[in-house]
Design a protein around this ligand. Sequence first.
Ligand code: ADP
Length: 261
Amino acid sequence: LEVLGAPIINESNVWKGVVLVFHDITELKNLEQMRKDFVANVSHELKTPITSIRGFSETLLDGAMQDDALREQFINIILKESQRLQSLIHDLLELSKLEKEEFQLNIENVYVKGMIEDIVPIVEHQADEKEVHLKQHLTEDVMIEGDSARLKQVVINLLTNAINYTPKGGDVSVTLTTHETEVEIMVTDSGVGIPEEDIPRIFERFYRVDKARSRNSGGTGLGLAIVKHIVEAHHGHIKVQSANQQGTTFRIFIPKKFTKH
Ligand code: ADP
């Protein structure tokens, strides 16, 4: 709360009272705090891989290079950490584009079945590596108005998460359903699940239920924040259902017709 005060004085210079103005600046303060937290989070996320790249390079130069096994192990770590930096910067730039006031979707006719079929090969390799069975249920095709590149990003992010958070041998599926005014894309996995109390927070930037698991699988902590932005820009919505150790289902609903607001 911010308080401003001013005395009320009459013509003969006599104090009559005082005017107090109360400003509720909670929301402003919250925004400011969120901005500060975000900068701190980004700095931390960037620092971790850089520290590791620097440390392992120095150790190599200090002599570890002579040891064949160590050399290979350390170079692989450096490669993995630079890939993490690259994904992080990619996701940060994407978020910053989506959050710009003048941001506009590139609306075109999108054949949703074809769009999902284009994505499957991109994540199939990741599923094979983890021995996760990837299934598609795309019986009918439907055309909607949307930004196809960005909708692809939504489905890629959901499928990548589903595979990442599902143990070896598990199942992941993507299903397309047409409703009267909207389409539904459902991504289901048989993985670790999300505790109920965390579900409202997973769309926040850098919020992770299990930090170590997310980092190990190459997660940036920004994937779902991006998903939420894109779905909302299409005036769609998202539903999440999950049960601990029994899997998670994300359903996104996108109106068939795009309306400008
Ligand atoms: P990350 O890069 O960490 O995966 P996201 O924004 O994509 O970041 O997801 C945020 C968090 O939500 C994840 O760290 C994870 O804890 C949780 N999460 C997302 N998808 C799933 C899923 N399919 N199963 C279990 N947990 C999930």
